[in-house]
Design a protein around this ligand. Structure first.
Ligand SMILES: Nc1ncnc2c1ncn2[C@@H]1O[C@H](COP(=O)(O)OP(=O)(O)O)[C@@H](O)[C@H]1O
Ligand SMILES: [Mg+2]
Length: 396
């Protein structure tokens, strides 16, 4: 199912290493792009950012920033011509843009991987076709077919728009038939999307993720599995090492490696997992880029996910992903600001805390403004310390 010609194109162009001093183009200008640049800079690379929405957090640390819509072919062409390779920090790039750019410079992790991961239907079909464990699902493309899909899945379930969802946006959880009775209302509430997926709600005993880096020659490197805590569908904390059995850890890593190969990824793939109470892992979704649950690697691992991504797309050898400290990452959403800059003094006085702020300006509720990591020797103590800091910051 992978387009063979595309894989060959990437390999042919990439087997010559992109050496430090070269310029890497990044599509998307959010915090993931910012942290990619900060990591790649220390290896001596230069960075150009393409971000349609305007001046951005990644652009602040880039050598050059382009703000133009994806419909501006001249701007895209000039961007591609000014860099040696193109990667991304945001997967919702229109297919025709990827086609245009990849005719000029290699685009990594590759068009097919992006095409699959940017759409929940294609993602679910990929998992099913490859016999990978996923959540029971049905599709719908109208209020009527939504009714049929919900009836087939049963309760509780969750409706998700097939495209452009993130941080729980475009999702409705339904607990019973009463909540699902008026599908016209639900359909309008979701703004009449072209397509939705209806998924069974999984009564899991934990959420986990694995970030895997893969190079054009097929070699791979996985990061320690992260145990993730979500609040209102948004990641709140990552706990590493995850408190799981070695068998679960190995199974999660094996799934991530298999997916990286089957998608022919060059760069990173992050795989989100649910652990079912009977002990087996179910794949929730995949992201072909650095992932929020991998931020802990900056402070907890010898090589971060961001540096490993740069190494993968430039064909440098991988760095070690060894975890050198128990690490807990806590997201700082705009909610913590409450109209003014939080008082960071308590956090900064703790010498085991590393604070990362993205300088994004307006702190809207739910907006990812920064994160902090606490590093230590014992995961339970580290977690208690991280939660105490968060409580103090958020005034709870
Ligand atoms: N089928 C499901 N069963 C249980 N929890 C779910 C399910 N789908 C989503 N969730 C919860 O909502 C969160 C966000 O959903 P996800 O599909 O990962 O979308 P997003 O693209 O917003 O990250 C998940 O991490 C999980 O906590
Ligand atoms: Mg998710």
């Amino acid at each position: 199912m992978l387009r063979h010609f595309h894989a060959i194109t990437i390999r042919d162009q990439l087997f010559s290493m992109i050496t430090p001093g070269s310029t890497i183009g990044i599509l998307g200008g959010g915090q993931l792009g910012r942290m990619l640049i900060l990591a790649g800079r220390s290896l001596g690379y230069r960075f150009h950012i393409f971000e349609p929405s305007g001046p951005c957090t990644a652009g602040m640390v880039a050598d050059h920033e382009v703000n133009a819509p994806y419909s501006d072919e001249a701007a895209l062409r000039a961007f591609a011509e000014g860099v040696d390779i193109i990667t991304l920090e945001f997967e919702n790039i229109p297919a025709e843009v990827l086609d245009m750019l990849s005719a000029i410079k290699p685009v990594l992790p590759g068009r097919e991987a992006l095409h699959i991961c940017q759409h929940r239907q294609r993602e679910k079909d990929f998992l099913k076709e490859n016999g990978l464990p996923c959540v029971p699902f049905e599709y719908a493309d109208s209020a009527d077919s939504l009714k049929t899909a919900i009836a087939a899945i049963g309760f509780p379930c969750v409706i998700k728009t097939a495209a452009f969802g993130y941080d729980g946006k475009g999702q409705i959880k339904l607990n019973n038939a009463e909540e699902a009775a008026d599908t016209d209302y639900l359909w309008n509430f979701l703004e009449c999307p072209p397509r939705v997926v209806v998924e069974k709600w999984i009564h899991h005993i934990g959420e986990f993720s694995v970030v895997c880096a893969r190079k054009a020659d097929g070699s791979k490197s996985t990061f320690p599995m992260s145990e993730n805590v979500h609040v209102h569908h948004i990641l709140h904390a990552s706990i590493v090492p995850a408190r799981i059995t070695p068998a679960t850890r190995d199974a999660g890593e094996a799934l991530a490696r298999e997916i990286a190969d089957k998608l022919d990824v060059v760069g990173l793939i992050a795989v989100e997992l649910f652990l079912h109470e009977d002990g087996h892992l179910i794949i929730n979704e995949m992201a072909p880029r650095p992932h929020n649950s991998g931020h802990y690697t900056i402070d907890g691992c010898i090589t971060s996910q961001f540096e490993q991504h740069i190494r993968a797309v430039t064909d440098l050898p991988f760095g070690s992903t060894e975890l050198h400290s128990a690490t807990v990452m806590i997201n700082l959403l705009g909610d913590v600001w409450k109209g003014s800059e939080p008082d960071w003094s308590g956090l900064l006085r703790d010498p085991h805390v590393k604070l990362h702020l993205y300088d994004k300006g307006e702190a809207r509720p739910g907006r990812k403004m920064g994160h902090f990591c606490v590093v230590g020797d014992d995961i339970e103590q580290t977690l208690a310390s991280a939660e105490a800091h968060f409580k103090q910051l958020s005034g709870k």
